[in-house]
Ligand binder design. Structure first.
Ligand code: SF4
Ligand code: F3S
Ligand code: FES
Length: 248
């Protein structure tokens, strides 16, 4: 099967290509600052960037560190900057990104080692928006009914896998780590517009604070970065409108 590389050249999906990787390395225990290291491997056009990183780790340098788990775009653990864009390494093929790869850790979070960042500040922002169903009523033995139409209202934001591609592509977040960030707002949106939930006022109060939605300057980087195709900026705008109008 023929497959087209990002530069427009068609190659067989199984043909071996020479792939150059330039990877930002940093081990805070021994390095005073990050540095670049280059590798050259053989990979197929249909291989993923994660496959290429595994080849480096398993055949050239076992100290190279990166997170991954599912390898199928589900767990959200392998976000990294690939050729300048936030992406999941496991869902981008060599044919998507080309044979010259520049790979860095996602920005705005402390680097633990190489491509592994400390996700705790990100998850703390996530927890701050109360990202779970709050329902005060007792449905007894009945289910909490929700119409298909009501379910569709927040369908888009249920798709989040908490990969942090959005938040760590946001220039406002880079400048101010107190900003709650697009991922937390997406996960607040998922419950704010859930007809069964009773925590909307609490979440809107949280997001109306100075670290909340008003920090967003509609840069759209988050929407472009989301590997799940979530309309992140639109979700943020809907939360802003809910604060301004729905509770008046
Ligand atoms: Fe990742 Fe998209 Fe969720 Fe942001 S909204 S954390 S980019 S899946
Ligand atoms: Fe940042 Fe996205 Fe707003 S990139 S400024 S959160 S639209
Ligand atoms: Fe799970 Fe990539 S390894 S999303």
């Amino acid at each position: 099967m023929a497959i087209t590389l990002s530069k427009g050249k068609a190659v067989d999906a199984m043909q071996l290509l020479t792939v150059h990787l330039r990877i930002k390395r940093y081990n805070p225990e021994v390095d005073s600052r990050p540095h670049w290291q280059e590798f050259e491997i053989q990979a197929k056009a249909a291989d993923t960037v994660l496959n290429a990183l595994h080849t480096v780790k398993w055949t050239l340098d076992g100290t190279l560190s990166f997170r991954r788990s599912c390898a199928h775009g589900v767990c959200g653990s392998d976000a990294m900057v690939i050729n300048g864009q936030n992406r999941l390494s496991c869902v981008n093929l060599i044919s998507d990104v080309g044979t010259d790869l520049v790979i860095e850790p996602i920005r705005g979070l402390p680097v633990i080692k190489d491509l592994i960042v400390d996700m705790e500040p990100f998850f703390a922002q996530y927890r701050s928006v109360v990202p779970y169903l709050i329902a005060d009523d007792d449905p007894g033995y009945k289910e909490r009914y929700q119409s298909q139409q009501d379910r569709e209202r927040y369908d888009d934001t249920t798709k989040c896998i908490l990969c942090a591609c959005c938040t760590t592509s946001c220039p406002v977040y880079w400048a101010n780590g107190d900003y709650v960030g697009p991922a937390a707002i997406v996960n607040a949106h998922r419950f704010i517009f859930d007809s069964r939930d009773h925590g909307t006022e609490q979440r809107l109060d949280i997001l109306n604070q100075k670290s909340g939605v008003w920090r967003c300057r509609t840069a759209f980087n988050c929407t472009e970065a989301c590997p799940r195709g979530i309309k992140v900026t639109q979700a943020i705008e809907e939360v802003k409108r809910a604060i301004l109008y729905d509770r008046a």
